[in-house]
Unconditional design. Sequence first.
Length: 129
Amino acid sequence: MTDPNTSPAAPAAPLSHEQDVQWGSFAHLGGILGILPSLIIWLVFKDRGSFTNTEAKEALNFQITLALGTVALWVVVTVLTVVTFGIGAVLGFLLYVPWILGVVFSIIAFLQAKEGRHYRYPFALRLIK
């Protein structure tokens, strides 16, 4: 039996402009840690602020692109290592390239979003629309 005094959860209040810009910029900065911060911010705040929704989706798409690139590089380096009997392992340093790109572009995007300007990464698969 349901309690008539309880009501369904009320929708969360919209973010103020300052909060919207803050969470949108944090979505980009979280990219330093990987895909999870951008995903969490997008899922929690996407309906509460349009700036946060746009920026978190952009950051999430970029992090997905980096993750796919890391997997592809891992496969290529592994195959080259096997085919060349270990000599291809020298290319293992390439596995750091997506992480370095992620850190650099996440900081640039954070600085732009902090000022309230939308940032579009120079390369990203736009999987989440």
